[in-house]
Ligand binder design. Structure first.
Ligand SMILES: [Mg+2]
Length: 240
């Protein structure tokens, strides 16, 4: 097994369509890669959501699975650590107000999801269907609601950071408890390795950006706009 390179993947929008099971082609390509290489997943989702999207027999071949923005780590399927974040009443009130005051017309429920070490927040709500998610995503790209909420939240809560993740949501955590902590942890475990990181949300407020910010030296970030673009990179890189 080559330990020199570590291949690190975001999930939603990178190796699976948002909140949708991985395609057969991606399963085949990743199966070839995980066999001979050190591979890790770094996602904002919790392990239950990851298991809904990635088949078990592929998932268990990943050396490291960082869930909840790196706040939970499974190594070879075993839980290594899990951070906690208990949202205080001020944060809850802020998020409730954002739901009440959104100009977006559709509210689907399940707006605040507390996960280990982070909060996932969505004004349209996590009960949105695939079509409702796509519609919100297009509206948000025009009106920048998530960007405004992220910036407002950072301004009001000096100990918290917020990032745009997936199609409809915002990830909130204590400063530093973002995807960057997964890269820092990997570098401690594999000194002198070179990290190749694949993600779809590397913009200045994106939830993949903190991971990119921890890359250095010969490490590389691959900013993909779809699972197809990710597949193209992988097929070229590995001659598949
Ligand atoms: Mg993503």
């Amino acid at each position: 097994m080559s330990n020199k390179y570590i291949y690190v993947f975001d999930v939603d929008g990178t190796i699976t369509p948002p909140r949708t099971p991985m395609t057969g082609e991606m399963v085949d390509v990743l199966n070839k890669i995980v066999h001979d290489n050190v591979c890790a997943i770094v996602t904002g989702s919790d392990i239950l959501k990851v298991k809904q999207q990635i088949p078990d027999n592929l998932l268990k071949k990943f050396d490291y699975v960082y869930c909840c923005s790196g706040n939970v780590l499974y190594e070879n399927g075993n839980l290594v650590y899990s951070n906690k974040l208990v949202p205080n009443i001020r944060v809850k009130t802020f998020l409730d107000d954002a739901v009440q005051s959104t100009p977006y017309g559709t509210l689907t429920g399940n707006h605040i999801e507390v996960r280990p070490g982070m909060i996932n927040f969505s004004t349209v709500g996590r009960n949105a269907t695939t079509e409702q998610r796509r519609a919100y995503s297009e509206w948000d790209a025009r009106f920048q609601e998530r960007k405004r909420i992220v910036r407002d939240l950072r301004y009001r809560f000096s100990d918290l950071d917020a990032r745009i993740g997936g199609q409809i949501s915002i990830d909130i955590f204590k400063i530093g408890n973002d995807k960057g902590q997964a890269i820092i942890d990997l570098k401690k475990r594999h000194k002198d390795s070179i990290i190749y990181f694949f993600g779809d949300n590397m913009g200045v407020d994106g939830n993949d950006r903190p991971a990119v910010d921890q890359l250095s030296g010969l490490d590389k970030a691959f900013d993909v706009d779809s699972t197809n673009e990710c597949l193209c990179y992988l097929k070229t890189m590995f001659g598949i």
